[in-house]
Ligand binder design. Structure first.
Ligand SMILES: Cc1cc2nc3c(=O)[nH]c(=O)nc-3n(C[C@H](O)[C@H](O)[C@H](O)COP(=O)(O)OP(=O)(O)OC[C@H]3O[C@@H](n4cnc5c(N)ncnc54)[C@H](O)[C@@H]3O)c2cc1C
Length: 473
């Protein structure tokens, strides 16, 4: 019987496992931590539902919804509370509403932009000029900063694109690859000659709402939090197929497949006292810098390329308050902070306003982000110091001076890959090198999208490739 090993048990691994299960292909998942699920980490604490990692997914990347349906969680889908919707940007000492009609960074409505105090008059005129600017002639990659400055101007970059777009990726716009991160904007420029024209055309093409279909908001979650997804996948896959507390140390190529050198769990002892298991195909869902170490003996060149990728570190700090203690209005779903403001937090979501089922009725749950391309050194402070920093920032930025009823800090050291300029070319080279190892699959957030949707897709794609190889062998 041919066997598949999946290394790691995050959402990419879970998607791959569920798809392999559907296809009737046998597999085992190896996870180094005691609990499976990777970055999807939700905790129930004192009546609050706290997200340590991701708190949502984009339904536009429909693979996540596909996985949710496959595992029978459709009834658990959770929309944002859009009656409170709105993004606020901290600029010049106060919070400004992101003008209505600004889609990511592209204005699609004139009046709200003209009325906004966020952007200066020269900045507004510069953004409007985008409509008339000729498109770039060549197809070479450039940074997000170069792209936005060229099309929409420096002020749009600093006040909107950097906190909103680079912020999601916890990256620096000066070296983020526009081709890898926003190919859609590059296509719009090529096809319509202007992002404004392209975005307006895209909005016109949006289908009218279908009352027979479940309504989706721009961001979606699950009532029980994002970990509900990996928990359900694991229940369907079967716990007996998942070896937790089992760290893979090396993947070694042998004549008919691969040997895994295992630390912990079960497996046969080899002469050197290490445990080994044999598989026909191996799916590595680990971050590229871990994967680099796993394949080092097998292919030093591949290993070196995997190690070359940059990563950013971030922390999420959730703090709860009694509603009666908050004496200011919390506008929209929260706020983001441009890097030029040089504050110590990047963003805060009013989690229990944005989502239902996150806090008891008389309480509020807020979640702030620290690090991620801004002040990563703060991650090395202890929890009490970090919470203190966030409380001070919340007081100065949003006027919140209440005493918290609890707080929880999650650190994600090297948690987010940075897709820097030239990422797609480097991926093509990785694919070429990987071609030397049939049956070896590299998936997950390091390669073709960091969002949950792209990770799920990478898992589905690997399962299809494995099934195809079986048919042809
Ligand atoms: C703070 C934060 C917020 C985010 N917010 C969002 C969001 O709101 N929406 C969104 O779409 N995306 C978000 N993301 C991105 C998204 O969560 C991740 O890109 C995605 O979950 C990664 O999934 P993965 O399966 O590729 O990797 P992971 O979840 O990292 O899984 C890899 C697994 O491999 C295991 N492992 C590592 N080494 C070994 C080894 N040697 N042997 C065995 N196992 C090993 C790890 O323990 C881990 O379980 C966020 C990320 C972070 C850090």
């Amino acid at each position: 019987m041919k066997r598949v090993a999946i290394i790691g048990s995050g959402v990419s691994a879970c998607a791959c496992g569920v798809a392999l299960e559907e296809k009737g292909i046998d597999f085992t998942i190896f996870e180094k931590e005691a609990s499976p699920g990777g970055k999807l980490l939700t905790e129930s604490l004192d009546g609050f539902l706290v997200e340590g990692g991701p708190d949502s997914f984009l339904p536009e990347k429909y693979w996540t919804v596909d996985l949710i349906k496959k595992v029978g969680l459709e009834d658990e889908l959770l929309c944002t509370n859009d009656e409170f919707k709105g993004t606020y940007i901290y600029s010049g000492g106060r919070l400004h509403r992101l003008p209505e009609g600004v889609m990511l960074m592209v204005p699609t409505m004139i009046m709200p932009l003209l009325k906004s105090n966020l952007i200066s008059w020269p900045g507004k005129i510069r953004m409007g000029l985008e409509f008339f600017l000729p498109p770039k002639k060549d197809a070479t990659d450039e940074s997000l900063a170069q792209f936005v400055t060229r099309r929409l101007g420096k002020e749009c970059l600093e006040k909107i694109a950097e906190p909103l777009v680079a912020g999601i990726h916890t990256s620096n716009p000066d070296n983020m690859s526009i081709l890898a991160i926003f190919p859609r904007f590059v296509d719009m420029e090529r096809k319509y000659g202007s992002l404004i024209k392209g975005m307006v055309a895209a909005l016109k093409k949006l289908p009218a709402p279908d009352p027979s279909k479940k309504t989706m908001t721009y961001f979606m979650s699950l009532k029980g939090g994002m970990q509900q997804l990996t928990d359900r996948c694991i229940a369907i896959i079967g716990k007996e197929r998942i070896k937790t507390g089992t760290e893979i140390q090396r993947v070694i190529k042998v004549r008919n497949g691969y040997r895994l050198v295992v630390n912990g769990g079960s497996g046969q002892m080899d002469l050197f006292g290490k445990k080994e298991e044999h598989f026909d195909e191996v799916v590595l869902t680990t971050p590229a810098y871990v994967t680099s170490g796993l394949v080092r003996d097998m292919d030093p060149e591949l290993s070196e390329r995997l190690l070359a990728m940059d990563w950013s570190s971030t922390a999420t700090i959730s703090i709860a308050f009694k509603k009666e203690d908050i004496r200011v209005k919390l506008p929209g779903f929260g706020f983001i902070v441009p890097k030029i403001e040089n504050r110590r937090i990047n963003a805060t979501s009013w989690s229990s306003i944005k989502w239902s089922f996150r806090a008891p009725d008389d309480c509020l749950l807020l979640r702030s982000f620290v690090g991620g391309g801004h002040h990563e050194e703060l991650l090395f402070e202890d929890d009490a110091t970090l919470v203190g920093v966030v409380l001070q920032e919340l007081r100065q930025i949003a006027g919140i001076d209440a005493k918290p009823i609890f707080s929880k800090v999650y650190r994600w050291v090297k948690g987010m890959p940075k897709y820097t300029v030239g990422h797609l070319e480097r991926l093509a080279k990785l694919d070429e090198l990987k071609g030397r190892h049939p049956g070896l699959h590299l998936i997950g957030c390091s390669y073709r999208g960091i969002g949950i949707g792209d990770c799920v897709k990478s898992g589905f794609d690997a399962a299809s490739e494995i099934a195809k190889r079986r048919l042809s062998s």
